[in-house]
Design a protein around this ligand. Structure first.
Ligand SMILES: Nc1ncnc2c1ncn2[C@@H]1O[C@H](COP(=O)(O)OP(=O)(O)OP(=O)(O)O)[C@@H](O)[C@H]1O
Length: 272
């Protein structure tokens, strides 16, 4: 259970204003950041994660200012940043390190609690039986689930994900989002996830924050996410199914193919 409060957040890169005084507050929710390319979603997530220094404004997690990279904030990247040559388990256990030799030697002094937490996180994302499998032999969707497990192992209060399913085909994207939602729910973690796919966002999100050119365009709960708001954000997009997508309580976790190939980048659920 945690509260993220962003107030008047501003980020300038030279002449470019990536965020122009954005404020919102999310509490124990699965929140989705929406917006066109360049709207400021990644900048927002990087500021919240402490990876980018804001120009002005404040970010607080449970009342404490966020500064620098924090262990109570877990981050999941589009490219999942895994070490492909080692197992899912080792990746989950020691995700922030990038050298196999370091990873392997670390096993000797990782605590029993960490090891159990890594296995628990892999179970959350449906990969307990694959814990010993090399990441290089897993599908793109499975790899992203390892990335989610790794984000959970540090026991964060806030989980951030930047376009976590952008490089997956629609079916795998839904599966991975299902596990991400399950992970946030089971571990009582507030989540802030940027997504391009509006229909997937509408299906899984509880709260929707729309950014346009660095401004907050809307901040609504699921019932208030209308096709008109989406049109406002993206222009003319396909929003069929938006109204029917309200109930995502039962996550979809079974449909991903167990292929060892990486899924190709396919068309997004919404044509933009
Ligand atoms: N390191 C940087 N240096 C200069 N400009 C940057 C930098 N990072 C982002 N920008 C600019 O800030 C604006 C917001 O970029 P940002 O990556 O946050 O958008 P986004 O919504 O995440 O886009 P995308 O969906 O393409 O990732 C863009 O105009 C971008 O070009």
């Amino acid at each position: 259970m945690s509260t993220l409060k962003v107030e008047n957040l501003r980020k300038e890169y030279g002449d470019v204003t990536a965020l122009d005084g954005v404020s919102f507050e999310i509490e124990d929710e699965f929140a989705v950041l929406l917006g066109e390319s360049g709207a400021g979603k990644s900048t927002m997530l990087r500021c919240v994660n402490g990876l980018t220094e804001p120009t002005a404004g404040s970010i607080r997690l449970d009342g404490q200012p966020i500064s620098g990279s924090r262990s109570d904030v877990g981050m999941i990247f589009q490219q999942h940043n895994l070490v492909e040559g080692v197992s899912a388990y080792l990746n989950a256990l020691t995700g922030s390190l990038d050298r196999v030799s370091v990873l392997t030697s670390l096993l000797q002094w990782q605590s029993r609690e960490d090891k159990l937490r890594a296995l628990d996180a892999l179970e959350t994302v449906g990969l307990l039986d694959e814990a010993g499998q090399r990441v290089s032999q897993m599908s793109g969707g499975q790899q992203q689930r390892v990335g989610i497990a790794r984000g959970l192992v540090q026991d964060p209060r806030l989980l951030l994900a930047d376009e976590p399913v952008a490089s997956l085909d629609p079916a795998s994207a839904e599966t991975v989002m299902g596990y991400l939602k399950k992970a946030a729910t089971e571990h009582d973690v507030t989540a802030l996830v940027s997504l391009h796919q509006v229909n997937i966002a509408a299906y899984f999100g509880e709260r929707f924050i729309g950014l346009r050119d660095g401004d907050l365009l809307f901040d609504v709960r699921r019932d208030d996410l209308t096709p008109e708001l989406i049109d406002d954000l993206y222009g003319d997009v396909e929003t069929v199914g938006l109204a029917d997508s309200a109930d995502a309580e039962s996550v979809r976790v079974e449909s991903e193919p167990e292929s060892v190939e990486h899924e190709p980048e396919t068309e997004r659920a919404v044509s933009r």
